[in-house]
Structure formats: structure tokens, C-alpha cells
Design a protein around this ligand. Structure first.
Ligand code: SAH
Ligand code: SF4
Ligand code: F3S
Length: 453
């Protein structure tokens, strides 16, 4: 049996897409391997969000190809966002690369790999040429409805949680962001299709679904009802009906279009986890404007306030970019203030990375790198203190944990709370995939520790 190795960079969307590709290959008789040196097909699912993510994938694939010169039969493919943005250029950067597949073509990866293998074989027979050096295939064109072709999951019965893609693409054009150019125009899947997929997952034992989209609250914008209920809330209601599903999460919403109907949904949909990943990006109105984010700090805070009043105990996480072109010390201090004011459970922080083709790439960026990394260190320190305090405040409670895997220490299991915090506790592996009542006894950094209640 031929073996497939996939390495995934980037966001949950990419994890989901890699899984689709893996499933296709397994159906055709491949086995998966986590060892590059025994793989016959090596696929990277790449991310373009920051320079570093691209460099990592390029570096690793280059190195692999070099190390494996003695295995000329291996097929190398690059999929995903960098494939979409760099296209044929990748063949120049990676001479051993055979295949480039864009973000709307995941469902065609198997046929392309198969085609390459066949072409090589034929050529070998024709020319008795053994050291054939690859057939270049680049498929990055748009394809309508590409998402609906990739809905089945790989052996979901083995897990209690799963990702479900509800929409693709983004048209917001935040000044720093490459995604609108890698994932294409915004497209929502019909409610019926999403619900069917969730039902199938529930039937195979999945208990928690995370709905994925670049901006989930723009889902089905045309579907708004007369009383102002948006398409996304209608979708949440429909998914909520699915028997067997006990928890629903979603990433990422945008502060623009996060309306009262969505906050209200938390009050009458008990499966909806009371945690919102709510990307802020900066605490300075001037920078937010430059970023093309269309909201002010005040508006953002009002939304947080409204959500906290409406849904007691709700927690927030966020994305912050440090060192956007022209960010001054004063702007940065405003970000620190905002982070303190909100009290995020988790923060995903990034140093600005220039992406060619975006609007921000043309802005002057005089701040030295050293200053940006210093700002980042200060931000992380503030956030660490906040998160530790929030985590400690949970100790002493008895909570419901959905067990998702093994903990770091022998004999422990790990899972998440409604509010997205991770808990590790001593228990038998038979609890995997089910709910456990756990008494929280302490914390290791931001991971809660506990005992079965
Ligand atoms: N669609 C989501 C974000 C997806 S990208 C949203 O709008 O919230 C995830 C995060 O990466 C972004 O929220 C942003 O904080 C960060 N990011 C995007 N482009 C970046 C860049 N050029 N440099 C640094 N961070 C970036
Ligand atoms: Fe990028 Fe902005 Fe779209 Fe998010 S909303 S994917 S940050 S352009
Ligand atoms: Fe990266 Fe593409 Fe996701 S650029 S963050 S993999 S949408």
C-alpha cells in the first residue's frame, strides 16, 4: 500500500482541508504515515498569513527533497494558501515540486497525484528512463461549489470534536491581510448541507462541532428575516437541533456585523459555548482605521459589555497585531490598555508581517524590528498575568469537561470547559469522548488541574 504524509500549516480551515485530502487518499487504498522518510506522496498544506509561515513550509519541503534524493519516486505537492498566492512560481523555488493545488481544488488532489504517477510510468516505459524528474501540475483556478465536494470526514468516530466549514473566502480586505487573495470571494454553504454534515458527525459519535469561516457572522447575509435575524443565527438554530451534538463553537466572528441577535442566541441556545473569539487587532482607533477594520475601540467595548450583561460568565479571546506600519508607542499603549480592560482568557498575538499585494505593504514602516519584539514581550507579560488570574479564579469549582485526549502527565485525561479553558485530571481512558464532572484543584500556568468529582 502506498503511503501518504501530510503536513499542515495555518488555521483550522487548513486542518479541516487536510483531513479531506487524507480521507480521499485512504479511500483509494493509501495509508497515512507520520514519517516523511517512508512516504510515497508528501503533501504540504500551506499558509500565507505571515512571512514566517511561508518560509517554514518552503524550508522544510526543500530540506526533505534534499534528504530524500535517493527516493526519486516520491511525489511532492504544495496545497493551500501559499499554493494559491504563489502558483507556478513555487516550481522555481522548489525544483523537486510536482504539484501545486489551490484552495478551491482540494477535492482534486488525488486525481492530480494519480495523473502524475501514471505519466511517469508511461514515460518510463516509452523511454526506459528511470530517473524521471517530475511532472509539473498547477491547478489554482476557481471552482464553484468546491466546498460541497469535501464534506465527508476521516473516521470521525475516533473523536468527540470536529470542524465544519460553513463558508469560504473573505471580502473584508483588512489592509494587512492576504486571505482575500488566497481564499477567494465569500461563499456560504446552504444551511441544509451544513446540518446534514453535522448530523453525520453526530451519528458517528462527535459531540462538539466548531463552525469555521473567515468571518462566520457574515454567513448567509442575504437570508435575514423580517424581524432582523441574520443567516448565521438561523444556521446556529438549525445546528442546535441536531441530536447528539452537545456543544457548538464558532471561529472567527468579526466585530462588524456581530449584532444583538447573535448575542441573544447565547441565551436560548444552551449548546452554544459561552466563549467568543473576538479579534480586536489593535486598541488604537487610528490604527484600526488604517487597518480598514471599520469599528472603533468604543464600539468594540460596547459589544463586549452587552455580551457580558446578556450572557453571564461569557469569556473572550482575541487576535492582536503588534507593530502594524506606523504604530507608535502611544498606539501600542492603547492596545495594552484595551487588553487590560477586556480581560481576555486567551490572546493570539502576531508581529506584523508585510504581505505583498496588500494595502499595508505600501505604507511606510519605520519602527525597528527590535522595538516591535519589545512591544510583543510587554504585551505577552500583561496577558500572562491576566490569564493566570482568570484561571486561578476557576479553582475550587466543579465543572463539566468534554474529554478530548490524554493529558501531559501519565494517567491523566484532558478536555475543555465551555469557556475554552483546558483541564487535565486523573481518570481512566474509558471516559474519552464523554463528559466528566471535574473538581478543579489547581493550575499549571493556564491549564487547570483537577480530580473527578
Ligand atoms: N478572519 C479572521 C482572521 C484570520 S487570520 C478575522 O478577521 O478575525 C488570523 C489572524 O492573523 C488575524 O486575526 C490577524 O491578527 C493575524 N494576521 C493576519 N494577517 C497578518 C499579517 N500580515 N501580519 C501579522 N498578523 C496577521
Ligand atoms: Fe483577513 Fe480581515 Fe478577512 Fe479576517 S476579516 S480574513 S483579517 S481580511
Ligand atoms: Fe493561513 Fe490560509 Fe488559514 S493564509 S491562516 S491557512 S486561511
Amino acid at each position: 500500500m502506498p503511503k501518504l504524509y501530510i503536513k499542515t500549516y495555518g488555521c483550522q480551515m487548513n486542518e479541516r482541508d487536510s483531513e479531506q485530502v487524507a480521507r480521499m487518499f485512504v479511500q483509494k487504498g493509501y495509508t497515512m504515515t507520520d514519517r516523511e522518510d517512508e512516504a510515497d506522496v508528501i503533501l504540504f498544506n500551506s499558509c500565507s498569513i505571515r512571512e514566517q509561515a511561508e518560509q517554514k513550509a518552503l524550508g522544510k519541503m526543500g530540506l526533505l527533497a534534499k534528504q530524500q534524493r535517493h527516493r526519486p519516486h516520491v511525489v511532492y505537492g504544495m496545497m493551500g494558501c501559499m499554493a494559491q498566492s504563489k502558483k507556478e512560481e513555487l516550481f522555481k523555488e522548489l525544483p523537486r515540486l510536482d504539484l501545486v493545488v489551490g484552495t478551491q481544488k482540494y477535492h482534486r488532489v488525488f486525481e492530480h497525484v494519480d495523473g502524475i504517477l501514471r505519466a511517469r510510468q508511461e514515460r518510463r516505459m516509452d523511454e526506459l528512463q528511470t530517473a524521471f524528474s517530475g511532472t509539473h501540475v498547477c491547478d489554482v483556478a476557481e471552482e464553484a461549489d468546491s466546498q460541497n465536494r469535501i464534506r465527508d470526514h476521516l473516521n470521525p468516530g475516533a473523536r468527540s470534536t470536529a470542524y465544519v466549514s460553513i463558508m469560504q473566502g473573505c471580502e473584508m480586505k483588512c489592509a494587512y491581510c492576504i486571505v482575500p487573495y488566497t481564499r477567494g470571494a465569500e461563499r456560504s454553504r446552504p444551511i441544509r448541507d451544513v446540518v446534514d454534515e453535522v448530523k453525520m458527525l453526530a451519528d458517528s459519535g462527535v459531540k462538539e462541532v466548531t463552525l469555521l469561516g473567515q468571518i462566520v457572522n457574515r454567513y448567509g447575509r442575504q437570508m435575514e428575516t423580517a424581524d432582523g435575524k441574520g443567516g448565521f443565527v438561523q444556521l446556529l438554530e438549525a445546528v442546535h437541533e441536531v441530536e447528539g451534538i452537545r456543544r457548538i463553537r464558532f471561529v472567527s466572528p468579526h466585530p462588524i456585523g456581530f449584532r444583538q441577535d447573535l448575542v441573544q442566541a447565547f441565551t436560548y441556545l444552551p449548546k452554544l459555548c459561552s466563549h467568543i473569539h473576538f479579534p480586536m487587532q489593535s486598541g488604537s482607533d487610528r490604527i484600526l482605521k488604517e487597518m480598514n477594520r471599520h469599528y472603533t475601540v468604543q464600539q468594540y467595548l460596547e459589544l463586549i459589555d452587552y455580551a457580558r450583561k446578556t450572557v453571564p460568565g461569557i469569556t473572550f479571546s482575541s487576535d492582536i497585531i503588534v507593530g502594524f506600519p506606523g504604530e507608535t508607542e502611544e498606539d501600542f499603549v492603547k492596545t495594552l490598555e484595551l487588553v487590560r480592560k477586556v480581560g481576555y482568557m486567551q490572546l493570539f498575538t502576531f508581529i506584523y508581517s508585510k504581505r505583498t499585494g496588500t494595502k499595508a505593504a505600501e505604507l511606510p514602516d519605520p519602527t525597528p524590528r527590535k522595538e516591535k519584539t519589545d512591544r510583543m514581550t510587554r504585551l505577552l507579560k500583561v496577558q500572562d498575568e491576566i490569564a493566570m488570574a482568570l484561571v486561578k479564579a476557576q479553582v475550587g469549582q466543579t465543572v463539566k469537561v468534554l474529554v478530548e485526549g490524554f493529558g501531559r502527565n501519565e494517567g491523566t485525561l484532558s478536555g475543555r470547559l465551555d469557556n475554552n479553558l483546558t483541564v487535565e485530571f486523573t481518570a481512566d481512558a474509558s471516559l474519552m469522548g464523554s463528559y466528566a464532572n471535574v473538581h478543579l484543584t489547581g493550575a499549571r500556568a493556564t491549564v487547570l488541574l483537577g480530580e473527578l468529582a
